[in-house]
Design a protein around this ligand. Structure first.
Ligand code: TYM
Length: 333
């Protein structure tokens, strides 16, 4: 009997600062879960990170750290393709081609572009504007069926789907139509200090986010300081954004439902709840942190994994790029 083809999964993370709990629960956790069942490609989006000024020495360190964290989180470089985006020139090439199939108006509507332009008014560069086209290229190059991301990337994914449909409409079935893959409870982990704002790497308040490499005491301290409300009941009622965020995080790391969490903390105060969330998060991250210490120490191993990932990514994406080049009328050898 013919073996059923595995579905293809693709997702990337930017190497700007150490990943936080939002990145971990919103995306990385699913990456590991999907590895056994699917044909997975995961990468470090270093090209994307240049849309904001970066210190070169720091960036190089962050790329290595983020890559080592992928391995430490449980991703296997043999089973999955783990690569660094700039190691595969096909991403920039396809992005240029897709730029010519993307409308100025579509890109102008991207909320991330508007937010980042407001945040960096002195550097509203063309890369920031065309950022979602590069992301579409990342996805379409590997013919991804599913893209596990947090909710903040859904607008970009929708654009990738529009570009896909437009291109296929002109040239036939060149690209696979990608679907988003989201875990509802943790699709948008919020700031611990301003629970109506998403947890973000660029937040200047260190207590607003938990880095996946924060030590146990720091994690617990940050949760103890988390902003909640003036009530005492642990429940997911409207207006209780801080508590709902903590319940979502607790649910994400323990697998417990909201009903189970409400029952567990019935009659107990926020103090007990915050401590339990902090401890559960610290417990969840501990194995990855241990593994990170071991993996990041082995520079030769990391480098060999990066090379393997680059080769695998190049080979797969070359097929798609050549197909596109032929379709648009280029001469391909
Ligand atoms: P990045 O690096 O900002 O974030 C990486 C992943 O983490 C998710 N995420 C969150 N999930 C839940 N709660 C949060 N507070 C939170 N913050 C971030 C993001 O949704 C993302 O899944 N443009 C992308 C990287 C990228 C990409 C791609 C993703 C480049 N090419 C192709 C998918 C497919 C980004 O900046 O993610």
């Amino acid at each position: 009997m013919e073996e059923q083809k595995k579905k293809k999964i693709l997702s990337l993370i930017q190497p700007t600062n150490t990943p936080h709990l939002g990145n971990y629960l919103g995306a990385m956790c699913n990456w590991v879960k999907m590895q056994e069942e699917f044909d997975c490609t995961y990468g470090i989006a270093d090209l994307h990170s240049l849309t904001v000024r970066q210190d070169p020495v720091k960036l190089r360190g962050q790329i290595k750290e983020s890559y080592a964290l992928l391995i430490a989180s449980g991703l296997d470089p043999e089973k999955s393709t783990l690569f660094v985006q700039s190691h595969n020139p096909h991403h920039s090439e396809l992005a240029w081609l897709l730029n010519c199939y993307t409308q100025f108006g579509e890109l102008s509507r991207m909320t991330q572009f508007k937010d980042k332009s407001a945040k960096h008014p002195d550097n509203i560069n063309a890369g920031l504007f065309t950022y979602p086209v590069l992301m579409a290229a990342d996805i379409l190059l590997y013919q991804a069926d599913m893209v596990p991301v947090g909710v903040d990337q859904m607008q970009h994914l929708e654009l990738a789907r529009n570009i896909c449909q437009r291109f296929n409409g002109v040239y036939g079935d060149v690209f696979t139509m990608p679907e988003g893959y989201i875990t509802k409870a943790t699709a948008k982990v919020m700031s611990l200090q301003e629970p109506t704002k998403k947890m973000s790497k660029s937040d200047e308040n260190v207590n607003a986010s938990v880095s996946v490499l924060d030590d146990r005491d720091t994690i617990i301290r940050k949760f103890k300081r988390a902003v909640t409300d003036s009530e005492t009941e642990v429940c997911a009622r409207e207006g209780k954004d801080g508590i709902i965020n903590l319940m979502s995080i607790y649910s994400g790391v323990t697998g417990k439902s909201f009903d189970e969490i409400e029952a567990e903390f019935k009659g107990k105060g926020y103090g007990d709840f915050k401590l339990a969330v902090g401890e559960a998060v610290a417990d969840k991250l501990a194995p990855m942190q241990e593994e990170y210490k071991r993996v990041s120490f082995d520079k030769a191993y990391i480098e060999s994994c990066m090379k393997l990932g680059a080769e695998k990514a190049y080979k797969v994406s070359r097929k798609t790029l050549q197909k596109v080049q032929k379709k648009v009328g280029f001469i391909v050898f």
